[in-house]
Design a protein around this ligand. Structure first.
Ligand code: ZN
Length: 242
């Protein structure tokens, strides 16, 4: 298995942002990880799409990619040890703003838009709601093929999050496929004319739709200073603390 070294994806430099605690989300040091060649080309395709969608749908131009890295020291058997896993911590954007993975509760649409694109390219994506270890980064690897699995907690919680937070339908978010999830996912598929998720092309079509809708919502909800109206005291006109 051939490993290569890369210092960018989709032309965007990679920064390792965990070299100091204060770096997370703000910068970091340029990194050139060893990476499995096949996995590298899958990552390239994924980030080309991700950067294009962030720009076109969310209005965010990626300048740098923040990563927790690819390889792990030692002789473990994880996909990281095989240089076939990537930890995505965040992005720095050309307008000086950023996105980091631990802002899922504050910016769920952007988070889910990014997650949808990652899922189009990788069978294994671990996210904020998967477990505590993944609250500050997305982990993805090519250990499994892209395919929807109703028994996979990470797949189900993604769909439940999308239904609740992108499409604003009430649904329990427990990562378990039950009658309510079955009903709501069917309603979502019907809305977009997408067939059963047992077909890979239907799964990726649904991911495509979620990515677009989620990122367009991000564009509508973040970054417009005119949305902020400070409250003033009705008697003296002074600004009230928010
Ligand atoms: Zn990882």
């Amino acid at each position: 298995m051939t490993d290569i070294r890369i210092d960018d994806l989709a032309g965007k430099p990679l920064l390792y942002d965990r070299s100091a605690p204060g770096h997370y989300g703000t910068g970091g040091v340029p990194t050139r990880p060893f990476i499995n060649q096949t996995f590298a080309s899958e990552c390239e395709d994924c980030f080309v799409e991700l950067c294009r969608r962030l720009k076109d749908d969310a209005g965010l131009e990626v300048d740098k990619i923040l990563t927790g890295g690819v390889s792990r020291a030692g002789s473990g058997s994880s996909l990281h040890h095989q240089n076939r896993a990537f930890d995505l911590d965040g992005f720095l954007f050309a307008d000086g703003t950023n996105w980091v993975a631990d802002t899922f509760p504050q910016r769920p649409q952007l988070y889910l838009g990014i997650e949808a694109v990652l899922r189009k390219h990788f069978g294994t994506v671990l996210s904020y709601d998967y477990n505590r270890a993944h609250q500050d980064h997305f982990h993805f690897d090519n250990g499994t093929a892209v395919k929807f699995k109703s028994a996979a907690k990470s797949h189900v919680i993604f769909l439940q999050n999308a239904i609740a937070l992108v499409y604003q339908m009430p649904i329990g978010r427990d990562g378990v496929w039950g009658p309510q999830t079955d009903r709501e996912v069917k309603a979502l598929r019907d809305r977009f004319g997408i067939g059963a998720l047992s077909s890979v092309s239907n799964w990726t079509a649904l991911l495509d739709q979620i990515a677009k809708d989620a990122m367009e919502q991000e564009r509508g909800t973040v970054g417009d200073p005119e949305d902020f109206e400070p409250e003033t005291c009705p008697c003296c006109g002074q600004l009230l603390p928010s």
